[in-house]
Design a protein around this ligand. Structure first.
Ligand code: EPU
Length: 349
């Protein structure tokens, strides 16, 4: 079934809680709706048509979005292959990723438990390649089924052909961007224990408990709750910036610049990248923290005290302009101290 509504407030469709109105919102709940939506209804849907998940990685504009927000109500989960060692599930694009993880972790299946408590839908996770605590969504992804609006057909694309990288996929770039509407994602989970416990203090968070998918999930949820704002309490879009990747040749110049600004760089986190020799990942949170920007504020947009990589809508009245102004301030301040330009992970609509 397809439901189209015109002139809709979108505060509830974005976790940052930016207020405004969309020219239209269309909800589909079965893949067969998509050919109808993009043929019969195409003329009546204001352009552009923008698919979103839970709106947890998007900065909506102030005032009005003149296009159509496309939401998936397709949340069916079915096992499509189940040999001894694990299960491959086909997950409807609109299914909340965390609900899927809660259900499968309870069944003792391994794979995505480190991504517990991340907001967003399965479809969005396949675009964004969400990651946390040493695991990325693409690690378990087998294939993605999409409706190709240009060729008007369904295609199933193997994960290996989708250019997955740190918070990146082919869906974010031409020619796929705006062309592929994700219908479902196939993920493979394991019955064979496969815990990833080497990130940060995760092992100690388990407090000696036997690692089961559920125990790991509970430790992750507790860790995230202690560091990150609950979107039900303070609107946010999670990490606002990506962790910057720099050439290792630049590291000494970055340290020198910071030291000359009075910053002690002896504890600066530098992660070597196995898949990109000659490059290293820096911690955006550390750079923001050492730039003195914990609690930095532009009107109602504020960096979160325990994780300054997150910008929150402190009183529920932040505008998109407040958030952008704070983001620009952070970019400029970090750049002036370290010579490193942060780039937003959040997409500006
Ligand atoms: N740090 C500080 N000050 C702080 C907080 C952190 O200096 O106030 C430093 C610490 O040195 C810490 C480092 O920053 O070791 C990294 O912090 P953290 O482990 O929290 O991870 P992150 O790189 O900041 C990434 C993801 C998060 C994910 C965590 C945990 C990105 C952009 N963000 O953050 O994802 O939860 O790792 O795996 O990659 C999200 O994308 O919405 C998100 C929350």
């Amino acid at each position: 079934m397809i439901a189209v509504t015109h002139d809709i407030p979108y505060k509830l469709f974005n976790t940052m809680g930016i207020a405004g109105r969309a020219a239209a919102v269309a909800v589909w709940d079965a893949p067969d709706d998509l050919p109808t939506l993009f043929s019969d209804l195409a003329g009546s849907l204001p352009a552009p048509v923008k698919p979103i998940g839970q709106g947890s990685n998007i900065l909506f504009p102030d005032g009005r979005f003149e296009g159509t927000i496309l939401l998936s109500g397709f949340t069916v989960v079915e096992p499509i292959e189940s040999p001894e060692a694990g299960v491959t599930f086909r997950i409807g694009a609109g299914k909340r990723l965390d609900d899927f993880i809660a259900e499968t972790a309870a069944e003792g299946l391994w794979g995505l438990e480190n991504l517990s408590h991340i907001p967003g839908t399965a479809g969005a996770a396949a675009v964004q390649n969400v990651g946390a605590y040493g695991v990325e969504f693409a690690d378990c992804l087998v294939a993605v089924t999409c409706y190709d609006v240009a060729d008007r057909r369904f295609v199933t694309l193997p994960a290996g052909e989708l250019g997955y990288g740190y918070r990146d996929s082919a869906f974010k770039h031409p020619p796929m961007r705006g062309r592929m509407i994700i219908c479902s994602v196939d993920v493979r989970l394991s019955r064979v224990p496969a815990p990833h416990l080497d990130y940060g203090n995760l092992r100690s968070c388990l407090k000696g408990a036997v690692p089961t998918p559920l125990a790991v999930r509970e430790a992750i949820v507790a860790t995230r709750r202690s560091k990150l704002p609950e979107i039900t309490e303070a609107g946010s879009a999670g990490s606002f910036f990506k962790n910057p990747v720099v050439s290792v040749d630049r590291l000494s110049a970055i340290r020198e610049k910071a030291e000359s600004a009075g910053i002690d760089t002896s504890s600066m986190p530098v992660y070597q990248l196995a898949d990109s020799p000659g490059h290293a990942k820096l911690s955006a949170a550390w750079l923001i923290d050492r730039s003195g920007l914990k609690g930095a504020r532009v009107r109602s947009a504020v960096t979160w005290q325990t994780q300054p990589l997150v910008i929150v809508n402190a009183d529920g009245h932040a505008t998109s302009a407040d958030v952008k102004a704070l983001a620009e301030h952070i970019i400029a301040e970090v750049d002036s101290r370290f010579g490193v330009r942060l780039t937003p992970e959040v997409e500006y609509l």
